[in-house]
Design a protein around this ligand. Structure first.
Ligand SMILES: O=P(O)(O)OC[C@H]1O[C@H](O[C@H]2O[C@H](CO)[C@@H](O)[C@H](O)[C@H]2O)[C@H](O)[C@@H](O)[C@@H]1O
Length: 256
């Protein structure tokens, strides 16, 4: 059987959760698919009022960060509360490490190429999201997703060495090759917040770098049962994320 066994709400999961709560953790969350359900159009993604309220309560008591593939200015108004930190563009949009001149140049060159290719991509049902520090080429709404992906491959061709691509949920992402990723972001935030560990919750390929690099005393959770995930435990839905937040509020002491 290929189904992951490690659900957070299991005896092993409860033990790991209790151990985290005895430490001084940063609380870090991905946005799409973790706090907000996946929807057909990125601009329609929202988090529930209940989830937002719980996050606001937690953010008032603990260091809390949103670490997302979206641009910071895009995600902020969707949250309904102000977290301590927002890191955008898969880690690339942060206040610690500005993008290199080489990356900005490579992104500009690709921007021009994508503008030229836009009619062909649109005809294949691909939508270009330019997030300044990265591009997302969405094909969720394509009639034929395989054909859309083939069109993306053809149009991206061989990428400039200053860029790298990776997949996601019906999307191809392109970021600067030397840009920090989400794992770099969470490590930096743990240090900036003076924490000794982290809880990180995510649901997608761009979150796997955090799961892979997390030290054993961190708690990493993947929303959705992806058998190949390196997250320590799984949650099944946004309502289980809400349950997790309730438990954090009940168990985490106020920070001294
Ligand atoms: O790191 P995240 O916060 O999970 O952001 C990842 C990407 O999320 C968005 O795209 C995804 O969610 C959309 C809304 O549910 C969905 O329509 C799309 O198919 C998904 O790929 C966002 O648009 C991207 O910019 C983020 O990189």
């Amino acid at each position: 059987m290929n189904t992951p066994r490690r659900h957070l709400f299991s005896p092993e999961g409860h033990a790991a959760f209790d151990a985290l709560c005895r430490r001084d953790p940063l609380l870090a969350f991905d946005f799409d698919g973790t706090l907000a359900p996946i929807v057909a159009r990125p601009e329609d993604a929202r988090i529930s009022a209940a989830l937002s309220r719980r996050l606001a309560q937690l953010a008032a008591r603990r260091p809390l960060a949103i670490v997302t593939g979206r641009a910071v200015d895009d995600v902020r108004p969707r949250l309904g509360f102000e977290p301590g930190w927002i890191v955008g563009n898969h880690g690339a949009e942060n206040t610690i490490e500005p993008a290199s001149a080489e990356t900005l140049q490579a992104l500009d060159t690709l921007r021009q190429r994508l503008a030229d290719a836009e009619p062909a991509l649109a005809a294949a049902g691909v939508r270009i999201e330019d997030k300044q520090h990265s591009f997302a080429l969405h094909y969720r709404l394509a009639r034929d997703r395989d054909a859309a992906l083939a069109e993306i491959d053809a149009r991206l061709g061989t990428l400039d060495t200053g860029l790298r691509r990776f997949g996601g949920k019906c999307v191809v992402n392109v970021v600067g090759a030397d840009a920090p990723d989400k794992a770099d972001a969470v490590f930096s935030l743990v240090a900036a917040a003076g924490c000794d560990s982290a809880l990180f919750v995510g649901d997608d390929l761009n979150d796997e770098v955090v799961f892979e690099r997390a030290p054993l005393h961190w708690l990493t959770l993947r929303v959705g049962r992806e058998p190949t995930s390196q997250a320590r435990f799984f949650l099944d839905s946004q309502s289980e994320v809400a349950q997790l937040l309730e438990q954090l509020l009940a168990q985490l002491p106020e920070r001294r």
